[in-house]
Design a protein around this ligand. Structure first.
Ligand code: PMP
Length: 383
């Protein structure tokens, strides 16, 4: 079918015609759905968050919010032992990443990133016309830091990695993050720590000694606030100031009053954060064992999801069968990983349901060629 934007091509900027947007995870309304496809937290946010949003809704919504989001930045800075000038906030970490790509990677030379990583990085590259150079993960799906070295004449725009990586879940030791920083001291190394609170090692402590380090976090995962849209970046003040220039050239008020109030309360309720992230990590351990019992190969995960493959079952077929049973997992039809499924860690009850459905699927008679064809045409799994 012809896209609407093709009807009057002269009206659309050429750069937009060429864009290939990111496709976010499916958010369907299905009864009794077990949603393990977009790495949301299975637990609701802290009750203090809800109370804070309610209170904020009672006063001042007719007024613009603080364009500098000082109270939230102070809360984040205090939690992580940083100065407020070292913290930038935005409307979800995707927006923070978009602004960081704009601020730091437009040097006209390639930006280095793993071949298997968060697919939004390549979308930003196309948006800003930044050449992306992918560096293969090893056969074990690990990041090979030495492969990020370049000769003296080979300029790079910077480096972006997710740590733990997505969708593999594998973490990179801090020592190796340090090596990356040393390999490209005159370029920004962006470490996306969206999943770090589930067992990874944060590079925040390296900020003091590394003027080229930017660390990006989100409230969407470990703080159970994917619906509120809050993300942040930490780095030395010169990087944060550059991000502020980009933000203030685009939108003075990316964080509304409710989001700021909720995010501050989430930071302040540290006990709840600890409780829920540990619950997720402990459910992950149980899920890994149960999946291994079913014959899955499970990559070692430091995130709130596991990346798995089964030697005898096609991943796309499994995702489609699970979907028919109202269990959503994520399948990527991409080179090297098309036989993998990414499964978000749910509550213990959700994990049990997933394992039960898989066990059931494995004991069905094999599908006929006709059924198999229908599966491969089923809608893609969630991102
Ligand atoms: N980074 C990574 C690696 C992610 O997987 C995600 C979630 N899709 C994000 C960043 C963006 O998260 P958010 O915009 O919800 O903060």
């Amino acid at each position: 079918m012809q896209a609407n934007s093709d009807l009057f091509p002269s009206l659309i900027s050429p750069v937009v015609t060429r864009l290939v947007p990111y496709v976010p995870g499916e958010q369907p309304r299905i009864d009794k759905l077990v949603k393990l496809n977009t790495n949301e937290n299975p637990y609701p946010p802290s009750a203090r968050v809800i109370a804070a949003i309610g209170a904020a809704a009672q006063q001042g919504l007719q007024l613009y919010p603080d364009p500098e989001s000082i109270v939230l930045r102070q809360a984040i800075a205090a939690r992580h032992g940083l100065a407020v000038e070292q913290v930038f906030v935005g409307n979800g970490s995707d927006e923070v990443l978009a602004q960081a790509f704009f601020a730091f990677f437009q040097h006209g030379c390639p930006l280095l990133m793993p071949d298997i990583s968060y697919s939004f990085y390549q979308v930003f590259c196309r948006l800003y016309d930044i050449p992306a150079e992918t560096v293969p993960l090893t056969d074990e799906m690990e990041l090979d830091v030495a492969a990020y070295a370049r000769g003296a004449g080979d300029s790079v725009a910077g480096v972006v990695i997710a740590n733990p990586n997505a969708p593999t879940g594998i973490g990179l030791p801090l020592q190796e993050v340090k090596q990356l920083l040393l390999l490209h001291p005159n370029r920004v190394v962006l470490v996306d720590e969206a999943y770090v609170d589930f067992g990874g090692h944060s590079a925040l402590a390296l900020i003091a000694h590394n003027p080229n380090l930017l660390v990006v976090h989100t409230f969407s995962k470990s703080r159970s606030l994917a619906g509120l849209r809050v993300g942040f970046a930490c780095g030395q003040a010169h990087l944060i100031e550059a991000l502020g220039r980009v933000k203030n050239s685009f939108n003075s008020f990316p964080l509304d009053r409710l989001a700021s109030a909720g995010a501050v309360a989430a930071i302040e309720d540290h006990a709840y954060f600890e409780q829920t992230r540990h619950a997720v990590m402990s459910a992950r351990e149980g899920l890994v064992l149960a999946l291994e019992d079913l014959g899955f190969k499970v990559l070692p995960s430091q995130a709130n999801f596991v990346f798995v493959r089964h030697p005898d079952h096609d991943a796309a077929g499994l995702a489609a069968s699970l979907r028919q049973r109202a269990v959503l997992v994520r399948h990527f039809k991409l080179p090297r990983i098309e036989q993998y499924l990414r499964i978000s860690v749910g509550t213990p009850a959700q994990c049990t349901r997933l394992v039960r459905e898989l066990d059931d699927i494995f004991h069905l008679p094999p599908p006929s060629p006709k059924e198999r064809e229908r599966h491969t045409r089923a809608p893609p799994g969630p991102p």
